[in-house]
Write a protein that binds this ligand. Structure first.
Ligand code: SF4
Length: 216
């Protein structure tokens, strides 16, 4: 396999540098632009086209993550979609870098682990090997999750692919929804209770977030 380099670009739809709504602890969350799946009720339809978003070099993103680690004590990154495994080569290049600082890796994928293990691309296998937690499977609107924190629908499985994390009470606490206002733009992340769905529609991402802070 050609080795993923740090000068290749990540197609990015959104970044939240420090969140507690996308997995254990404080995490740097990164949404890819582009998903080949079409789950009815997908929370992020604007992230489905492979066009759009911003192209950010792996080296720039790595520096941003390491800076956030120093400033906000994040313990890992979370990759979401769009579909991270539709961008496995670029995602692997990033994960190889951030592993050098012992940051953990969590991925939400619309594919099942079984499907991913059957994929022939070596970058998919290596990305799985460097992942601590995989939440797999498509989002099924008719099966909303009500017990497990951070999970969208009941069909989705949590796979602990390393010994770094395990299923404990933090996975059973109330779900977390974060709302931010930044320069007049409101963003929402995390998975809301079913009765709260739709509350923020209309003011979600009326214009794209500036992905790179002004001081970078
Ligand atoms: S896999 Fe995720 S991003 Fe893709 S359509 Fe399904 S819910 Fe949306």
């Amino acid at each position: 396999m050609k080795s993923p380099a740090t000068d290749i670009d990540l197609p990015i739809a959104q970044v939240i540098t420090c969140t507690e709504a996308e997995g254990p602890g404080r995490r740097f969350a990164l949404w890819f632009q582009g998903c080949p799946l079409r789950c009815p009720g997908c929370c992020n339809p604007e992230f489905l086209p492979f066009q759009g978003g911003q192209r950010i070099p792996v080296a720039t993103m790595t520096q941003w993550i390491f800076q956030t680690q120093q400033q906000q004590a994040i313990e890992g990154i979370t990759l979401l979609g769009g579909e991270p495994f539709a961008h496995a080569f670029a995602a692997l290049a990033l994960v190889r870098q951030i592993r050098k600082r012992n940051l953990s890796v969590m991925i939400f994928s619309g594919y099942t682990l079984e499907q991913l293990r059957q994929r022939p691309e070596p970058e998919v296998g290596e990305l799985l090997a460097l992942t601590d937690i995989l939440v797999d499977g498509p989002y099924i609107r008719e099966q909303p999750e009500t017990q497990r924190r951070w999970i969208g629908s009941r069909n989705q499985q949590i796979h602990f692919l390393s010994s770094r994390y395990r299923f404990d009470e933090t996975w059973l606490q109330r779900n977390t929804l974060e709302i931010r206002m930044n320069n007049g733009t409101i963003t929402v992340n995390g998975f809301p209770a079913a009765q709260a769905a739709g509350l923020w529609r209309g003011w979600k991402r009326k214009k794209p977030l500036p992905l790179i802070p002004q001081d970078k």
